[in-house]
Design a protein around this ligand. Structure first.
Ligand SMILES: Cc1ncc(C[n+]2csc(CCOP(=O)(O)OP(=O)(O)O)c2C)c(N)n1
Length: 314
């Protein structure tokens, strides 16, 4: 992979983490309306997958979806404005964290219903196939969603019809407070692909390049009309399920995962292999920070939706 591409992967992860840290702070100030499920810790999945698709492709996200949107190239200003309930947000301030939606940008939305994105991605992929485009759809979901009926229905049809969709399961071990061993009788969700006759991969979800490679291969397959791939990415979130739920997991478990932090790990790799210098790394972080500060400024200066427009978009 070229130096530039690797640096872009790091920048994408920085952007996701710093956006989430800022959103966390803004949430604590009471400025965010509705729920907020932080993505911190899982950045390598979104960044790796997002880098494997183009502008014309589509992404179907989840309730924990800011990272997916950022990796797809979403506008940070419009995202922050949406979080703050402003008219300039992706859903005109009416949707909040789980509703960053823009057909033009291939953002087919987050979703408050666990597992609901899988059939939406199926429809998106069917549409691409029907219209004869080369678009692929990435569909993110958690391991909790992988035991919903929608998972099985979507995987079955996608494989049967050879649809250009890549199902990416982010296995962060917990669905809210339920450990995966209490919801699935198998260790690898990726193994479920064999029931549908399509490839299933299990990758280290904290290794951004490994995620990129796996998704890239799946995208090539999808564009060649060979159908879907299921990719399970093993990862972990550092924060409780959402900002208003107390932590229930052992500190030791969280600390152990922090030692495998996807960003620190990739930073070290790029520095050691002379892909970037410390100066370039510092510059990159500052650029990202500036863009996020700008997004907050933009959001705070944007108007709230007016009462007259309250029924628009229903
Ligand atoms: C159909 C449905 N059931 C339950 C919930 C409540 N709920 C919201 S998020 C969540 C956990 C989902 O876990 P997972 O799919 O693994 O994603 P993660 O939160 O780990 O990213 C639950 C149970 C919901 N929103 N929708």
């Amino acid at each position: 992979m070229s130096k530039k591409k690797r640096c872009n992967l790091l920048k994408s992860m920085y952007t996701i983490r710093q956006f989430e840290e800022k959103a966390r702070d803004v949430f604590r100030e009471g400025l965010i309306y509705g729920a907020f499920h932080p993505y911190i810790g899982q950045e390598a999945v979104a960044a790796g997958a997002g880098a494997a698709v183009g502008k014309e492709d589509c992404v179907v996200s989840t309730h924990r979806g800011h990272g997916h949107c950022i990796a797809k190239g979403a506008d940070l200003k419009r995202m922050m404005a949406e979080l703050l309930g402003r008219e300039t947000g992706y859903s005109k301030g009416r949707g909040g964290s789980m509703h960053m939606f823009s057909v033009e940008e291939g953002l087919l939305g987050g979703n408050g219903i666990v597992g609901a994105g899988l059939p939406i991605a199926l429809g998106s992929a069917f549409s691409a196939q029907y219209r004869g485009t080369s678009q692929v759809t990435l569909c993110f979901f958690g391991e909790g969603a992988a035991s919903q009926g929608t998972f099985h229905e979507a995987m079955n049809l996608a494989s049967l019809w050879k649809l250009p969709v890549i199902y990416i399961c982010e296995n962060n071990l917990y669905a809210a407070t339920t450990h995966v061993s209490d919801s699935a009788p198998i260790v690898n969700i990726g193994d479920r692909a064999s029931a549908y006759g399509c490839p299933g991969k299990v990758v280290d979800g904290n290794d951004v390049q490994a995620v990129y490679e796996a998704v890239r291969e799946a995208v090539d397959r999808a564009r060649a009309d060979e159908g879907p791939t299921l990719i399970e990415c093993k990862t972990f979130r550092y924060y409780p399920h959402c900002m208003v739920i107390p932590e229930h997991r052992d500190k030791a478990e969280i600390d152990a995962w922090k030692k495998k932090d996807p960003i620190v790990r990739f930073e070290k790799e790029l520095l050691k292999e002379d892909v970037m210098t410390h100066e370039e790394q510092k510059k990159m972080r500052h650029e990202v920070q500036a863009a996020i500060e700008e997004a907050v400024r933009f959001a705070q200066e944007s108007p709230y939706p007016s009462v007259e427009t309250v029924s628009e978009g229903l």
